[in-house]
Each structure stands twice: as structure tokens, then as C-alpha cells.
Write a protein that binds this ligand. Structure first.
Ligand code: ASP
Length: 609
């Protein structure tokens, strides 16, 4: 089809272009008939320009009156000043007085109107993703995403990093989550796995002497379905040789500075604060605290203050080895919130679901009175000490929990987050970055007795904690588990506004230490060789000390776009049940394809998650 190509986009014509003859191509966003005059809002990725067609232009008028929304058209005409100007859009001072009008393609009535404040359900939008992606807000997200790729790549190219692609078809190796598997046709009965991350490859590249590696890569994890997780997601993956933790931080903080400056025009303050895992757990009850929260105190451990009280709940909790009593203070009055009986009951139900018998509280009413179910158990001295340590005043309430330390801390952390979310006590104008360091190397599950890597199995234990591996050999059961769990790792997360946006570590680069870690997580010698023989072998031939980090690209872009969910910064996301509604994947395949692979399908209907 012949048509005139555009001279301009729909987002660029201004009053200074008046009297120019132009051609625009685009989609009909809206058509209005105002007393015989036809107006069309012509849309492309760059903006919207108004097209005016008068009834006197008879032939054009006839064609134009037939177009519907989303028709693709080409118009030629003269740029003229608009009578009623629209100050909200860059092209709002002009319109096109049409001389040529051509329909390039017609459009059926779309299942939803393409507008920024879309009313359609998310499923419908995902089914018709190509229409959804016509919306300016989604296009803007993808453009920001594209800018971030560019900034990141340039940043690391300027610093001697090499971008290396690692395989998408790889060996299935345990890395924490479940692998997506791909059957091999050539090697019948064998499978590739899609990478959960390029972890082992990037370490091997360090052994090869590549020294500074970067890749913006796809990772695949067949995890149980959780809101706002995608089975495939993107990471900025980095690895460096001859580095310590601080070198990794120094090589990544300026990248965020550049991104924030260019995308948001915001000057980030560096260095980012650093807090240890133990510190954030004890103060915020979370390993990814949101430092934008206001109106809620840090967690205070009051075990020492209450330890001699004859209150059976506290007494029992503190009699346990790891028992504590702790609390968090909520300044309700200064945030204009009324903490009613109903609110307290609601929070009590909430903590009961977390496994507590109840929620203690001391409420300092605005009129100076004090309300607390604990009052009869607390003597005056203890009451005064609690008030003092929390620096509590009228209009504030202290919520108190007692029990096993980690559970109390994380539950108080959950209460902080819940109150902050419920009452909007989060300063959304801020970007709070934080490195959380010194994570435990292992996670010990008391119930199952299982020991797993807290980050992944390639993370280096802190050198000064290595002796615990030998000590643990003489122990068993809970004692062994607890000792191993106390080993700290050279491992770190980057947290932004309460989201874990990166994880990384200094790696093990010695075969003997790697084997110790494999042993602890229960890999037999044979399994170690089968699954990671290549890595252990590589470590024999001069592996340099190395470390790295991987950033969650989708989450970073979502935060830059001011979005809570990552779906809308991904062009073609999957639903919570890992389906693509547009192309209907996953789908059945032809029998021939299965035969080629030598695969027969038996569907287990029970427990086949
Ligand atoms: N590969 C790790 C992950 O995906 C990140 C890292 O340690 O660099 O979590």
C-alpha cells in the first residue's frame, strides 16, 4: 500500500511549526463531531495531535467520518493555531488542518478502551497485551526500562566490564528454587535446565581470568506461585575478581546514582548505609526494612526490664533459651489516627494467626490516662522503665509480644509493616537504600532438621568463623544445627524501600571450603561430583578470590516507574499461575514432538504441583 510516511511524530508539533505542511501517521484515539466539524485525536508512541476536518472538505470528511477508534491513518495538512488550547499536552496549542486523509488499516471495536486509566480487568489486558501496550503509561514503563538497560551497560562498559552471554540451556543444579526443565531430543531421557541464575558460569568466568563480568540476563525459577513473582525475570548480574565486599558496593552505588539522576532527576546520597542482618532483625524485625516508615519506633527488647515480674506469659517466654519480650511503639495521635478497641482487636487476631496467644499493649491516651491489659502485672517501677525506654508519651501505644526471639522480632516487624501500610505511614517521596550485611551462611530448620544455604552454596563463610565447621563435627541434632546457623557469611543484600533489590556475596574460591559447605547441606561425595564436579575441578586450577551481586532489574524499573507490581514493566508478563494469556502458554504439543523427545505423558492429578 502506498502512503506518505510521516514528517513528524504525534508528539512534537508546536506553535513554532505553524503553517508548515506535515504528514502524520498513527492510531485514532478518539473522534468527536462538534457541530459538523470532525476532530480526531491521532496517537502514536510520542503523543497525541488533534486533526481538524471541516464539512467543506467533502471527500475527506466522508472518509474520516467512517473511521473508528484504533483505525490506522495517515493525514497530511497544515499546522494551525488552535482556538481552544489544551495546556495539558505538548501539542495542545496546534492542530492539523487536513488536506490528505488515508485509512491504512481498519480496526474492530477493541475489548477495552485504550486510555491511561484503563478500566478492564488485568486478565483481559493480558489477553490483549498488544492493545494494553498501546497505552501511554505502559509504553512509558518500557521506555524507562530501555533507558535503564542503556545506562547500566554504558556504566559498566566504562569500567572495563565484559558482557558475556551464558547459556540458557544448562545443567540442572540445585540453587534454591525448582528448575524449569527442557528435554533433550538428542540425548533421550536427559534434560537441560533453564538457569535460575548464571551463578556458576560467572564464577567460572572469573577462573578464566575475565575479571569483571556483567550480563543483563533472564533467570527462570519454577517457584510456588506468589503475587508479583514472575517465573522468568531479569537480573543485572555482576562478578569481579580480587575484590572484597566494599569493592562490590563501590562498583554498584554509582550506577544507582546515574540511574536515579537520569531517570528521576534525583541526586542520591552515597555511600548507602550498611547494617548487619542481626541489627536489622533486632531493630526492624525484617531483613529488608523499609526505612521510609514513620510514626513507628524501632523494636525494643524489654526482656531485662520485665524479667523478674510474676507474669506467667513473660516468665514462660523468658524461661526458653531464646525467649524475649519486645515491643514497638506507634505514635497514633500525631498521625491523626484513633486506636480504637476494634483496631486493637484486629491486631490481636492478626498476631494470633502468627501463632501468639495474644497481643500485649500499653496505651497512653491523649487525656493522660493509661490503658493496658498488662497493668495489673506491671509494678510502677517496671511501668516507668518501659515508658522511659520507649520514650513514650501521651497519644502513643506500645505493642508487646513475647516468645522465641526470631518469631517475636519478625512478628513485630510484620506489625510495623502492617500498621504503616494500613495507615499510610510511608513517605513515598523518599528512596531509602540500605545494604544488609553479615547474613548467616546456613538456614537451619528445627522441625525437619534440614540445613540449607541461606543465600546459595557458593557463598563464602567469614574466615574467622571457619573453625565452627570443625566444631560442628562433634555435635549432632539441634546443637549442631544452631552452631552451623551461627556461621556468618560474606553475604549482602541491597534493600530499597523495603524491597530486596539485590543479593550477592564473596564466593568460595577454594575446593576444600566448597566441599565443606556441600557436606553440610547434605550433598554426598557422589552428588557433589555429579552436580558440581565442573566447579570443583575449576577451583583446582588457580581460582582467584571473587565476588559479585545480582540486581532485580524488573523491581528496580518498577520502583523508578512508581509502581508496586513488576508486571507492568515487563512487556509480556505471566499471570500468578505462570500462564501467558495472550499466546496461551503453556500449551499442549503435538504427539510427534513428544515422540521425537521419547517422552510419554502421564498426568498425576494428585500432589502434582
Ligand atoms: N546468583 C545470585 C542470585 O540470583 C546472586 C549472586 O549471588 O550474585 O540470587
Amino acid at each position: 500500500m502506498s502512503f506518505n510516511t510521516r514528517t513528524h511524530t504525534c508528539g512534537e508539533l508546536k506553535l513554532s511549526n505553524a503553517n508548515e505542511v506535515v504528514t502524520l501517521n498513527g492510531w485514532v484515539a478518539k473522534k468527536r463531531d462538534l457541530g459538523g466539524l470532525l476532530f480526531i485525536d491521532l496517537r502514536d508512541r510520542y503523543g497525541i495531535t488533534q486533526i481538524k476536518i471541516a464539512p467543506e472538505q467533502k471527500d475527506i470528511y466522508e472518509v474520516a467520518s467512517k473511521v473508528g477508534n484504533e483505525f490506522v491513518i495517515s493525514v497530511g495538512g497544515v499546522v494551525i493555531e488552535r482556538e481552544s488550547k489544551n495546556k495539558n499536552i505538548p501539542t495542545g496549542e496546534i492542530e492539523i488542518d487536513v488536506q490528505k486523509f488515508q485509512i491504512l488499516n481498519e480496526a474492530s471495536v477493541t475489548p477495552f478502551v485504550i486510555e491511561d486509566e484503563v478500566k478492564a480487568s488485568e486478565d483481559l489486558r493480558l489477553q490483549y497485551r498488544y492493545l494494553d501496550l498501546r497505552r501511554h503509561s505502559l509504553q512509558r514503563n518500557l521506555m524507562i526500562r530501555s533507558d535503564v538497560y542503556r545506562i547500566v551497560r554504558n556504566f559498566y562498559a566504562d569500567r572495563n566490564f565484559v558482557e558475556v552471554e551464558t547459556p540458557i540451556l544448562m545443567k540442572s543444579t540445585p540453587e534454591g528454587a525448582r528448575d524449569y526443565l527442557v528435554p533433550s531430543r538428542v540425548h533421550k531421557g536427559k534434560f537441560y535446565a533453564l538457569p535460575q541464575s548464571p551463578q556458576t558460569y560467572k564464577q567460572i568466568l572469573m577462573v578464566s581470568g575475565l575479571d569483571r563480568y556483567i550480563q543483563i540476563c533472564k533467570c527462570f525459577r519454577d517457584e510456588d506461585l506468589r503475587a508479583d513473582r514472575q517465573p522468568e525475570f531479569t537480573q543485572i548480574d555482576l562478578e569481579m575478581s580480587f575484590v572484597h565486599q566494599q569493592d562490590v558496593f563501590n562498583m554498584t552505588e554509582p550506577m544507582f546514582k546515574e540511574i536515579w539522576k537520569e531517570i528521576l532527576g534525583i541526586e542520591l546520597q552515597t555511600p548507602f548505609p550498611q547494617m548487619s542482618y542481626d541489627f536489622v532483625l533486632e531493630n526492624y524485625g525484617s531483613d529488608k526494612p523499609d526505612l521510609r516508615i514513620f510514626g513507628l519506633s524501632k523494636i525494643v527488647n524489654i526482656s531485662e526490664i520485665v524479667k523478674d515480674l510474676e507474669f506467667v506469659v513473660f516468665k514462660n517466654a523468658l524461661a526458653e533459651k531464646n525467649g524475649i519480650v519486645g515491643g514497638v511503639k506507634f505514635s497514633f495521635a500525631e498521625n491523626n489516627i484513633d486506636v480504637t478497641r476494634k483496631i486493637i482487636d484486629g491486631l490481636t487476631d492478626f498476631v494470633k494467626k502468627l501463632g501468639f496467644g495474644g497481643l500485649g499493649y500499653i496505651k497512653y491516651n491523649s487525656d493522660g490516662s493509661v490503658q493496658s491489659p498488662l497493668q495489673k502485672f506491671l509494678n510502677e517501677e517496671v511501668q516507668a522503665k518501659i515508658k522511659n525506654v520507649f520514650e513514650a508519651k501521651d497519644g502513643e501505644i506500645i505493642f508487646i509480644l513475647s516468645g522465641a526471639k526470631k518469631k517475636v522480632l519478625t512478628s513485630l516487624g510484620t506489625i510495623r509493616n502492617k500498621i504503616a501500610a494500613d495507615y499510610k505511614l510511608i513517605d513515598k517521596s523518599r528512596y531509602e537504600f540500605l545494604w544488609v550485611t553479615d547474613f548467616p551462611l546456613f538456614h537451619y530448620d528445627e522441625e525437619s532438621g534440614e540445613i540449607a544455604a541461606e543465600h546459595h552454596m557458593f557463598t563464602s563463610p567469614k574466615a574467622e568463623e571457619m573453625y565452627k565447621f570443625d566444631e560442628a563435627k562433634n555435635l549432632s541434632g539441634k546443637e549442631r544445627g544452631e552452631l552451623l546457623q551461627s556461621i556468618k557469611a560474606d553475604c549482602y543484600d541491597l534493600v530499597l524501600n523495603g524491597n530486596e533489590i539485590a543479593s550477592g556475596s564473596i564466593r568460595i574460591h577454594r575446593q576444600d571450603i566448597q566441599k565443606k559447605v556441600f557436606d553440610v547441606v547434605g550433598l554426598t561425595e557422589q552428588e557433589q561430583q555429579e552436580k558440581f564436579g565442573f566447579l570443583l575441578n575449576a577451583f583446582q586450577y588457580g581460582a582467584p578470590p571473587h565476588g559479585g551481586v545480582a540486581f532485580g532489574f524488573d523491581r528496580i524499573v518498577a520502583i523508578l516507574c512508581g509502581l508496586d507490581a513488576i508486571r507492568d514493566v515487563i512487556a509480556f508478563p505471566k499471570t500468578v499461575s505462570a500462564a501467558s494469556l495472550m499466546d496461551e502458554s503453556p500449551s499442549n504439543v503435538a504427539q510427534q514432538q513428544l515422540d521425537d523427545l521419547g517422552i510419554a505423558i502421564t498426568i498425576q492429578t494428585k500432589n502434582s504441583d
